[in-house]
Write a protein that binds this ligand. Sequence first.
Ligand code: SF4
Ligand code: SF4
Ligand code: SF4
Length: 367
Amino acid sequence: MSLNLELSSCVRASAIASGCTKCIDICPTKAIEFAPHLPAFTPEMCVECGGCVGVCPTSAFSLSNFSTINFSFSHFESPTVLSCKTNIPCLSLFSAEELVSLALGSEQQLNLDIGHCSSCEIASTLYPQIMHNVQEANFILSTFSTKKIDTANLQIEPSDKESAGGTRRDFLNLLKPESLARQKAMFDEQVASDDLKIFEFDANIISKIKNKNIPDKRKLLFAILKREPKPQNYETIESVDISFTSQKYIDEKCTNCQMCHRICPTGALGSVSNFSQINFDSMLCVKCHLCHDVCEPDAIHIQPTFELREFFEPSQRLLAKFDIKRCVECGNQFTCKDNETTCQRCQTEEDEATQLHQNARKLEESK
Ligand code: SF4
Ligand code: SF4
Ligand code: SF4
């Protein structure tokens, strides 16, 4: 298993203003650092717990041999206790969003084996996150389902593999030729693995950043929620109680600079062809905070509450509407706020020309 980073998915690759530090904050071995603005990591220091995979809002980090999505589907077929001693690298790999999907998608109660956390050397940053994710997932589940996640102090040991399910097959898979080739590639990679792995910013990454991508974990949640019966009443929760999506509003400070919807990695924020609106689809939002980080006038905000209706009846909301006119000077379209007839650029040019003219006159008069 090895850690991978898809740099184009990291919000820091989209904007220098991004303040996301989630992967660095969670890493128990300090394997991740910013070099200077983008994440980089030292493979030798990485213990492949997947903590960064779990917290990254845009799924930029992944583990080469473990997909939480594939695991979820095999879990739905044959439910098992999730345990770091048998079938998963670490419970921190699963975000609150994925725990909700896992709990809803299975007929049986979802059990997490936290019995090893107290003696685990890397639990310092991971255990609080695991428990936070479980509490958040249970709280969200409680608003529309009877399903619940249990954190039993089971202390499953590797010898319990058979009863935990799935792991014998995983072990046999390790012996397949393609798996051996992968391990050889991993070995080659590890020859220089105590060096900091810096990810280059190239044209390929720039073109990928422009694509809007919904992370697989959100697609899974969509699919699972579609199978759920709609609640009779929808609850509204505090925004601080949900980490993986949000509802937003835009205030009058907005200049329609278009930064937020151009940069939003998932397409949750969008506009129309003449840029006269900003629309928002909260079920596409991954709460990465990028739109807030890039908004110069600080005009976009998270609503204090989140309506769980969005889980079952996703809607697109109009956050802002603008009057778009053609500038009488240059002919370009601009956002008109107070019945202006010229765009900001032409207005600035005109103001500067007036200023220069006045200065010249004063100089002439003083002679
Ligand atoms: S958590 Fe994800 S989006 Fe945030 S800095 Fe790390 S890789 Fe980038
Ligand atoms: S909300 Fe902010 S970033 Fe978005 S268009 Fe308005 S000013 Fe620009
Ligand atoms: S709307 Fe903002 S917080 Fe949500 S995914 Fe887009 S950029 Fe991130």
